[in-house]
Design a binder for this molecule. Sequence first.
Ligand SMILES: Nc1ncnc2c1ncn2[C@@H]1O[C@H](COP(=O)(O)OP(=O)(O)O)[C@@H](O)[C@H]1O
Ligand SMILES: [Mg+2]
Length: 285
Amino acid sequence: MKGGVGKTTVTVNVAACLARDYQKRVLIVDLDTQVNATLSVMSPLYFAKLKRERRTLKTLVNQTIQAEIGHPLTVQEAIYRNVCDLKGLDILAGDVDLFDDYLLSALINSKAIANQQSYEKTWNRVENHLMRMILKPVLRDYDLILIDFPPGDNLITRSALLASHFYLIPARAEPLSVVGIGQLESRVKQLQESDRTKIKLIGVAYTARGQGSNMELKVKQRLDQEFGQSNIFATEIPQNVDVAKAVEDHQPVVINNPKAIGARAFRKLTAEFLQKLVKTIRRKA
Ligand SMILES: Nc1ncnc2c1ncn2[C@@H]1O[C@H](COP(=O)(O)OP(=O)(O)O)[C@@H](O)[C@H]1O
Ligand SMILES: [Mg+2]
């Protein structure tokens, strides 16, 4: 729910490690209109080209809702492959105007009228199926699909939650981080209780460890109590200027500066991510 907690940084660095160190086939999906994940793995020049060619998530969202026939863009055509010169690291680029409330309501309204269905029913169907339908054709092409969420809650984020099997919560040990996590957990619980998803938590990961102040400790104790220690990643990413600097070169730090403290921490986090993922898969619902 919250901005600036390290969602994008975790997504692109873990994705890069999975592709490079574990030879996994990985797709990053950038849901954020601020396109930070996209610009963390490609230059604005390339992004401008994709946007000109309309090879972004926005085109897929619009045509999926409208159920366009003819020759629409396929998800395979939209995906940009081997970013950062890394085999197996692909991205479905975000779009600065991906989410337009008005446009989406208008699309859903015309769909409801065409299908002679209520607006509410049409909305729920779109929410349930949108991201699942967009990603379905490439599910077999990837070992992992990592979706980078924007802050907040809207039709597309709910649809992406419903398309996901697992989620990871990046956190900063600061009081406002806890508020966002609380909101996210109640949203997920709502969706689980209405039997719309079986999504499971992989864990909470600290993405910018500070100096271990009292405030940090207090927040950590609280999250420990709330989630149980086994659900908190033992690996913590330290605050490290190289992590932020790598963004200027449009590369994750693990590629841009592999020896940086932050890069080493992300390699460790990725190893733990895979262990926790296996455990989560084995855990009964
Ligand atoms: N471990 C870290 N050390 C230093 N800067 C970081 C670290 N993690 C993230 N940042 C920086 O903090 C900002 C917010 O991180 P970001 O991943 O974009 O958060 P979110 O996606 O949740 O909004 C970015 O400028 C990013 O480069
Ligand atoms: Mg982000």
